[in-house]
Design a protein around this ligand. Structure first.
Ligand SMILES: N[C@@H](CCC(=O)N[C@@H](CS)C(=O)NCC(=O)O)C(=O)O
Length: 332
């Protein structure tokens, strides 16, 4: 893996020496918004009006942040009007690439690049920073609209409603403060918590991350015994953001990232909740466990030097979930 420095690719691993063994994720830099009429969004500049077949999404099936955007694209019926390029699951010295010798990795049909960093160079020749997925690309102006999944999620939720998106609001106005509160609590402890544990290079930051992670999972286990979804009886963005971490938990985070105090399948409510979300129409087809396991176990040689992909565990997400009986106010 590496970074771009003034447009030049440099192969280097995360620098945790300067942060005392802690892993710190850097902020995404392209922060424009697609809006119904092209007016500027909460950040960045305007000019990105919602139109069918204008925008293209670059993802890795392995990446939990990219996965959120794929799920919203699916739920909102955007697949026919926003195309997708899937990178190869191996992220090595050239970063993410468009090699197609892995089932599902479909290359870059839009710009014809070999490597993802070339897309960033195309958008901004002088770019300095990480080269991450997901990327929302504008084929009209040949630039990156956004490389921040949390914001792409919000755009997919509503910006395309006038140009053919399916009904459905996963960030309803009345629930926003509760969703934001949950996201802010879940992100550091769980979504990024597994990375903080897995990429720690000293004992103490690892201990800290893993303790916070499992304390948070215990709390959610209790919450989901009382209510069907994170915010009561309605599925919201907060659920999808949690789902992409939970669905990877036993397959990679338990082993590869040493998050092994418990497995997902040891939490009856969290596991059943994950199964219910997995079984929603269109969601299972966004989950590609072969990309997920290959990516993590092969792309981090400092954690898994021989690149052996272990056998499991691999939970069965298709088993009945039996969550129908749970309503916001507790078991009916
Ligand atoms: N803030 C970004 C983070 C995305 C991210 O870190 N993606 C990872 C893959 S899971 C990546 O592409 N990493 C490459 C790198 O850091 O060089 C988002 O949520 O969109």
């Amino acid at each position: 893996m590496g970074v771009l420095v003034h447009g030049h690719w440099q192969d280097q691993w995360y620098d945790t020496d300067s942060t005392g063994g802690h892993f710190e994720r850097s902020a995404a830099q392209f922060r424009n918004w697609v809006t119904p009429d092209g007016a500027p969004g909460p950040s960045g500049r305007g000019g990105f009006a919602a139109e069918p077949n204008r925008y293209h999404l670059y993802v890795s099936y392995a990446c939990p942040w990219a996965h959120r955007t794929l799920i919203l694209r699916q739920l909102k019926g955007l697949a026919p009007i926003i195309g997708v390029s899937v990178v190869h699951p191996l992220m090595a010295e050239h970063g993410w690439t468009f090699a197609t010798d892995f089932d599902g990795a479909n290359g870059d049909a839009v710009n014809g690049h070999q490597r993802l960093y070339q897309l960033y160079q195309q958008a901004l020749p002088d770019y300095s920073g990480r080269v991450t997925v997901p990327v929302l690309w504008d084929t009209r102006t040949d630039t990156v609209v956004s490389n921040e999944s949390a914001e792409i999620l919000r755009m997919f939720n509503s910006a395309f409603d006038g140009v053919g998106a399916r009904a459905g609001d996963y960030y309803p106005a009345a629930l926003r403060s509760e969703i934001d509160r949950l996201n802010d609590w879940i992100y550091p402890r769980i979504n990024n918590g597994v990375y903080r544990a897995g990429f720690a290079t000293r004992q103490q930051p690892y201990d800290e991350a893993v303790n916070e992670l499992f304390a948070a999972l215990e709390q959610l286990e209790q919450r989901l015994a009382q209510q069907r979804y994170l915010v009561g009886d309605r599925i919201t963005e907060a659920d999808w953001r949690l789902f992409t971490t939970l669905v990877r938990f036993d397959g990679v985070y338990v082993g590869h990232f040493k998050c092994d105090r418990k497995r997902l399948i040891d939490y009856p409510n969290l596991f059943a909740y994950t199964r219910e979300l997995y079984q929603m129409p269109g969601v299972a087809e966004t989950v590609h466990m072969d990309h997920i396991r290959f990516h993590y176990y092969r792309s981090h040689p400092s954690i898994n030097p021989h690149g052996i992909i272990p056998v499991g565990p691999q939970p069965n997400f298709s088993r009945p979930h039996q969550r129908n009986a749970i309503h916001a106010g507790g078991l009916s």
